[in-house]
Design a protein around this ligand. Structure first.
Ligand code: B1M
Length: 234
């Protein structure tokens, strides 16, 4: 975004300008600069949670929108995601200490037969950035892996990803098995991946299909809030 990047001394910027510069640096995938920005804000007494939301998540939201609108492409998004990871790595232990509000917990994995994980990783990272605890069980997951992870982690949400028309039906196998075992209604099930659509999500019995990482975050937040409201009225 900025060509004059080398001329900017981050430590000399006001808080407001620094945060704006960090959005630009995230957009440009400049990991070291994002890390430096995080450290400067910490040294200035910012709360880790405020750095996460105002500098990192807000910046990543811009990246997410431009990715959705075809302005940014996969390589740029991966660089931005990597830069965000750098910032999050510094903040993670501090967030645990200061108790950032947790939105909920999700187990996510790509289904059996499918090794595509770039989209899933982005979703996991955006969710983490938004305050979710994410347990990523990786790629090529048979139904047993999902059930085991649900039993072990007791998340609010199960997220499944599939990028191939040949593997997307496996999501139904997982949901059907959850129904058979009587655990389907214990979890919010969200699905995503390029070949899916809303109709498919409904047809296989998922709670929702998420078009992209930004939608996944919004959908996860909405479903968890609804779940908590329901529990509160029981
Ligand atoms: Co593959 N591949 N690939 N591939 N590959 C596709 C999917 C394909 C559409 C390419 C094409 O032919 N045009 C095609 C599928 C065709 C079809 O099924 N109709 C295809 C094929 C055929 C294959 C192989 C069979 C090729 C071969 O070997 N002959 C093979 C299969 C391997 C396997 O899985 N068993 C294969 C292999 C590979 C690579 C290993 C080379 C590599 C994957 C690397 C990796 O992931 N680590 C790869 C790639 C990179 C692609 C394309 C080019 C890009 C996928 C990607 O990362 N997109 C892809 C073409 C394409 O989609 N344009 C293609 C970027 C990513 C950010 O988007 O994954 O859609 P996406 O994720 C989005 C949303 O979908 C959503 O949010 C994400 C972020 O916004 N989302 C979720 C995804 N998961 C979610 C889960 C959620 C919520 C939202 O849970 C709640």
């Amino acid at each position: 975004m900025t060509d004059e990047h080398e001329d900017i001394i981050l430590a000399e910027l006001s808080d407001e300008d620094l945060v704006r510069q960090m959005h630009d640096d995230l957009y440009d995938g400049l990991k070291e600069e994002v890390e430096e920005g995080v450290n400067i804000l910490l040294a200035r007494g910012w709360q880790p949670y405020d750095i996460l939301t105002e500098a990192l998540v807000a910046g990543m939201t811009i990246v997410g929108y431009d990715f959705r609108d075809g302005i940014l492409f996969v390589p740029e998004v991966l660089l931005a995601a990597n830069a965000m990871k750098g910032g999050m790595f510094i903040l993670k232990p501090l967030l645990a200490e200061t108790g950032a509000p947790k939105q909920g917990k999700m187990v996510i994995g790509t289904v059996k037969g499918d090794i595509h994980d770039i989209g899933k990783n982005l979703v996991a990272m955006m969710l983490e950035g938004a305050g979710f605890e994410v347990v990523d069980i990786g790629i090529n997951n048979p139904v047993e892996n999902y059930l085991e992870a649900l039993e072990r982690e007791r998340p609010d949400i199960l997220g499944m990803s599939a990028l191939l028309t040949t593997t997307m039906p496996y999501m139904k196998t997982v949901i059907d098995t959850m129904v058979e075992k009587g655990v389907r209604d214990d979890y919010i099930v969200l699905v995503g991946g390029a070949p899916l659509n809303e109709e498919f999500g409904r047809a296989i019995g998922a709670d929702a299909y998420c078009r992209d990482a930004a939608v996944a975050v919004e959908t996860a937040k909405a479903f968890v809030a609804r779940k908590h409201n329901q529990l509160a009225t029981v």
